[in-house]
Design a protein around this ligand. Structure first.
Ligand code: HEC
Ligand SMILES: [Cu+2]
Length: 352
């Protein structure tokens, strides 16, 4: 039986293995959530550092892969050139010139590479730690809950507001983010925008993001936090400063009043079926804080941090069976009469 790879040179075999490894390593790469997109600072700097380290590592591996067979061949040639019966120990450099080369390669090159990597890393970490002082830098506090995100925009004028699962950013202006948790450890991670920052109970961690281009980015919670960890997605919308200001102005407002009698019935159901004990709709008596603030629920793209599209049909499905859609989450099945379901979902969808 032929051995696998028999007849192939060592370099060719190693090259093939390297190629296979690369294929396996990149198989999971999904452009949509790549850390290498660099759509914002400080993530773009971190991506540059990542590329630099990968490039240097590849270069070192390639050089070593080429040098090892050359050294082996060279050694064999020296052996065969020696007189019969004499052993030439070619591991010992024969003259001063070879010794100088040895020092150069063994000391200077690795030292140079490691120093460059060290300096680049420290500079990048520093840049990520210190938010740029921009006059219009906004502030938000993001609180991780099992298994959804609460986002409170602070405002010096006292006009802050709270929303959930969807955060907006103005392109070109930094937002400072304070990270808190209501329960266990989570991690804030929107791969295209910034590296992970852990959220630790009893401690405020801070970070910042400055989007460089408009877009809708999604990030999973970055630290395992229980059954629905994978369904704890944050949506981040980066938009022009004008669009952002308009969004903020809308979010500050109280929940829209029902425009017709069906919607009024929906709102009535919300207040009487127990929803109001867990959810807030500003401008109404609903002031619960167990679940997401629903004041502008209709403006959100997705439902319950799942990535499922926020449509009336999906909201009806959610109310009927939240445990079926997201098993283990903190919203129980509620007793809502079938007749009342559609008006209730329709009312929630008008809360833009
Ligand atoms: C015991 C508390 C509780 C009650 C009562 C409750 N909910 Fe919830 N609700 C939650 C929690 C917690 C979540 C977040 C679940 C998650 O994403 O993990 C949620 C999520 C939601 C969402 C999705 C919000 C978003 O931002 O995507 C909607 C819509 C919703 N609830 C509507 C209702 C309605 C309508 C009722 C009444 C029929 C109701 N809830 C009753 C706790 C509750
Ligand atoms: Cu998590």
């Amino acid at each position: 039986m032929r051995r696998l790879g028999a007849g192939m040179g060592t370099p060719a075999l190693l090259g093939l293995l390297g190629l296979l490894g690369l294929l396996v390593a990149t198989a999971g790469c999904d452009h949509a959530a790549s850390v290498f997109t660099g759509a914002a600072a400080p993530g773009a700097g971190e991506a540059q550092l990542g590329w630099f380290l990968i490039a240097v590592s590849c270069l070192v591996v390639l050089v070593v892969l080429v040098l090892v067979p050359i050294a082996a061949l060279w050694r064999r040639r020296e052996r065969t050139q020696g007189a019969p019966g004499t052993i030439i120990d070619s591991a010992v450099p024969s003259d001063a010139r070879e010794q100088r080369w040895l020092v150069l390669w063994a000391l200077l090159v690795p030292t140079g590479i490691l120093t460059a990597a060290f300096v680049f890393t420290v500079v990048t970490i520093n840049a990520a730690a210190v938010p740029p002082s921009h006059p219009s830098a906004g502030r938000a506090t993001v609180t991780g809950h099992q298994w959804w995100w609460e986002i409170a925009y602070d405002d010096s004028s006292g006009q802050g507001f709270t929303t959930a699962n969807e955060m907006h950013l103005p392109v070109g202006q930094p937002i400072r983010i304070t990270l808190q948790t209501a329960d266990v450890i989570h991690s804030f991670w929107v791969p295209q925008l910034a590296g992970k920052t852990d959220i630790i109970p009893g401690q405020d961690n801070t970070m910042w993001i400055e989007a460089r281009q408009p877009g809708v980015f999604s990030g999973p919670c970055g630290e395992y936090c229980g059954a629905q960890h994978a369904q704890m997605r944050l949506t981040v919308v980066a938009e022009s400063p004008d669009a952002y200001r308009a969004w903020v102005a809308t979010q500050r407002q109280v929940g829209r009043a029902p425009g017709d009698s069906t919607l009024a019935t929906g709102r009535q159901t919300f207040m009487t079926a127990g929803c109001a004990s867990c959810h807030t709709i500003r401008g109404t008596e609903a002031a619960g804080t167990v679940g997401p603030d629903l004041t502008h629920f209709g403006s959100r793209r997705t439902l319950a941090a799942t990535g499922i599209e926020n449509t009336q049909a999906n909201v009806m499905g959610w109310i009927v069976d939240p445990q079926g859609m997201k098993p283990g989450n903190d919203m129980p099945r509620m007793a809502v009469a079938p007749r009342a379901l559609q008006p209730l979902a329709a009312y929630l969808e008008t809360l833009k």
